[in-house]
Design a protein around this ligand. Structure first.
Ligand code: GDP
Ligand code: MG
Length: 672
């Protein structure tokens, strides 16, 4: 089957690829081809074999028979020279990559040995088994072309694996063709071995490798094959036996021993081979450890990039909700899964490469993964913090609805639930193997919970104090009005006693409720002081209301009228000329005027009542409910002296009017 020339100058026929063409160019399609062969994910589970030997010694024929490949075989009728190059096939139903190296033996045709050398380097750097194909009659021709080729192979191998003998072993498998059978294999083998050692001795080795033996680098194996045409049946049978040695992993003469494997993961073969060829082509020193490291860097980066891309796609799905403030359910589980998926993917493929590089790139990958996850984690914490706090407030306010709740219980229940919810959420979001922490956020949440609870307690206390104050006002209104109307000498004693009793009740009512508020002693003292001052203020307001000018004038008028316009039995007087209007008037007026000093100052007969509110009982801290200090003593004054005088004046005028009216009525009665 003829190859199809591709635009890139390489030929490709179904499943067969020209890796290096006759212009010594490397194919760009090897990676893709390996994927098509289904070997990309084989890891180390594949083998590479290459064939070397003179032109037209039946190399391609042998490979096709052994591996079911489709390499070009010279057309017998045309005897056309095949071109130079390296072809590759996958063995049929085998995890084997087979390389057919064409035109290796330049000497035979007197050509330059450049390609021979380069293809030897290339093959040795990757192959486990190198088949050396030769005619029986070529054996023992030490000066022959074959030996030159082997010398090149040895030299090149020394350069490649000189110092490093791990991963550097290769099997040289001599297949002696057209074996007639006169000379037994053992003799041929001995001859070849002697020749090989002579070649090895004749190599000029660098000083540090002087003592190295051929066997330090190569295993040798030998086999013969009958004449393909003269003993066709035997030939086919032997080929089948030989095939078994390449395929049967369990058999004792299995050729692909693990020691020969060049440890290039299948997904790195294309990159590796291309790089090797580039180095070879530019005649640079081919340093395999460096090549392996370069390969590892390239592949680990590629594998990491793929893993990271898939990971980023997953992580992206939750970025929006987190940024929008949502607490994403099971985010931690997702993050852990994405992360471990990405690392598992990376490890599976990359761990086959140079360990130092693999580990370094893994650390980079971990850093990249965590850098993406960290904002999600922090966002989740922040959102958790917010929602837990909101839920806490709501729960607390709900709990404070209605009667009979214990503030302390409501707060501690809500607090516990809030912190528990946060901790559970934070722990869920945590990814092990990171240095992430949530404890700091928890500390700040605790502080906020406390300040919300404190504020709420203050508000509740305030509400309670307001309620008590309202009840207090209601309770004192009537008794105070009554007492002020009577204007008895012990009027203030009554009022202050009532005040004291009502206040005592209010205080004990506060204290009963306050026990559940978990208030500090200081806060209780402040609330009580405020309550007392407000109670006092309420009393004073009531007194002011009852002593406002029209009201007090009314009271005075009433008092006066009772004494002037009514007699002792409460009957309205009808003045007769003989009545002592002047005397009665004076007495009633003086009696009434005496009330003004009584109303002017809160002054109980029982002087102990003056201290109904000791100064220290109403001293409050500056941030209290009532604010600025007040002068209790000053509040005892109801009318200033000026006001008392004014009132006196006004009342006198009114009384005088009554007097004039009384006088007139007698005149009128006389006139009648
Ligand atoms: P290559 O150039 O080494 O790949 O050789 P080919 O496989 O193209 O075969 C070259 C010629 O040798 C072809 O005409 C084959 O038919 C013939 N040939 C292949 N195998 C044998 C063999 O075992 N013995 C002999 N005598 N001829 C063979
Ligand atoms: Mg060939």
């Amino acid at each position: 089957m003829d190859g199809v020339k591709l635009p890139n100058g390489h030929s490709a026929v179904s499943g067969r690829l020209q890796v290096i063409n006759d212009e010594k160019k490397f194919t760009p399609d090897l990676g893709e081809q390996i994927e098509k062969w289904g070997l990309l994910d084989a890891g180390f589970g594949y083998n590479i074999v290459a064939v070397f030997g003179s032109q037209s010694t039946g190399k391609s024929t042998l490979l096709n028979r052994l591996f079911g490949t489709s390499f070009d075989v010279m057309d017998e009728t045309k005897r056309q020279q095949t071109t130079k190059g390296i072809w590759m096939c996958r063995g049929k139903d085998m995890d084997i990559m087979v390389m057919d190296v064409e035109g290796t033996d330049g000497r035979e045709r007197g050509e330059d040995q450049d390609f021979e050398r380069k293809s030897a380097l290339f093959s040795l750097a990757s192959s486990e088994v190198l088949i050396i194909n030769l005619w029986e009659h070529q054996v023992g021709l030490y000066q022959g072309a074959n030996m030159g080729l082997l010398k090149t192979v040895f030299e090149v191998n020394l350069g490649l694996f000189g110092k490093n003998t791990t991963n550097g072993r290769t099997l040289l498998f001599f297949v002696i063709r057209d074996h007639i059978g006169v000379t037994p294999l053992a003799n041929l083998q001995a001859t070849l071995t002697t020749d090989l050692n002579r070649i090895w001795e004749s190599l000029s080795k660098p000083p540090e490798l002087q003592d190295r033996q051929l066997s330090d680098y190569f295993d040798l194996a030998f086999t013969t094959l009958p004449h393909k045409i003269l003993a066709a049946d035997k030939f086919e049978a032997e080929v089948l036996n030989l095939r078994a040695r390449f395929v049967n992993k369990d058999s004792s003469d299995f050729l692909f021993k693990p020691a020969y494997h060049k440890r290039i993961p299948a997904d790195g073969v294309a990159f590796y081979m291309e790089n090797i060829w580039e180095q070879v082509q530019s005649n640079k020193d081919l340093d395999l450890p460096t090549q392996q490291e370069l390969l590892a860097q390239f592949r680990c980066d590629e594998i990491s990039t793929v893993a990271l891309a898939e990971f980023n796609e997953q992580a992206k799905s939750q970025r929006r909700p987190v940024e929008a403030g949502r607490v994403v359910d099971g985010l931690g589980g997702m993050m852990r899964a994405w992360r471990s998926d990405a690392l598992t993917r990376y490890d599976r493929d990359a761990s086959r490469y140079h360990q130092g590089v693999y580990k370094r790139k893994r650390a980079d990958l971990v850093a990249a993964l965590d850098a993406t996850l960290s904002p999600l984690f922090l966002g989740q914490l922040k959102n958790l913090h917010k929602t837990c706090l909101v839920a806490f407030k709501k729960e607390m306010l709900d709990g404070l609805h209605g009667e009979g709740y214990s503030f302390a219980d409501v707060v501690s229940t809500a607090r516990e639930r809030c912190l528990g919810r946060f901790e559970a959420g934070a722990k869920e979001a945590l990814v092990e193997e990171t240095d992430w922490t949530w404890e700091d956020e928890m500390v700040s949440l605790k502080e906020e919970v406390k300040s919300v609870a404190d504020q709420c307690r203050k508000d509740e206390t305030k509400k309670m104090v307001n309620l008590i104050e309202r009840n207090f006002k209601k309770s004192i209104a009537e008794p105070v009005e009554l007492a002020l109307n009577k204007a008895a000498p012990d009027m203030w004693d009554n009022i202050l006693r009532t005040f004291k009793q009502t206040l005592d009740k209010a205080e004990s009512s506060y204290l009963t409720k306050a026990t559940s508020f978990d208030c500090t002693d200081e806060e209780n003292a402040a609330s009580l002081a405020a309550l007392r001052r407000r109670a006092w203020q309420a009393l004073r307001d009531k007194i002011d209301e009852q002593t406002a000018e029209p009201v007090i004038l009314g009271k005075l008028r009433g008092h006066f009228e009772e004494r002037f316009r009514y007699d002792e039995t409460g009957v309205p007087r009808v003045w007769k000329p003989e009545d002592d209007i002047d005397g009665t008037f004076k007495k009633a007026k003086d009696d009434t005027l005496d009330l003004i000093p009584l109303y002017s100052k809160i002054q109980p007969v029982d002087s102990s009542l003056e201290y109904v509110l000791p100064a220290d009982s109403i001293a409050v801290p500056s941030d209290s409910l009532l604010g600025e200090d007040f002068d209790f003593a000053a509040t005892l004054v109801v009318f200033t002296e000026t006001r008392a005088l004014e009132l006196t004046q006004k009342f006198r005028r009114e009384a005088d009017a009554y007097y004039v009216e009384a006088k007139r009525s007698t005149v009128a009665s006389i006139a009648q």
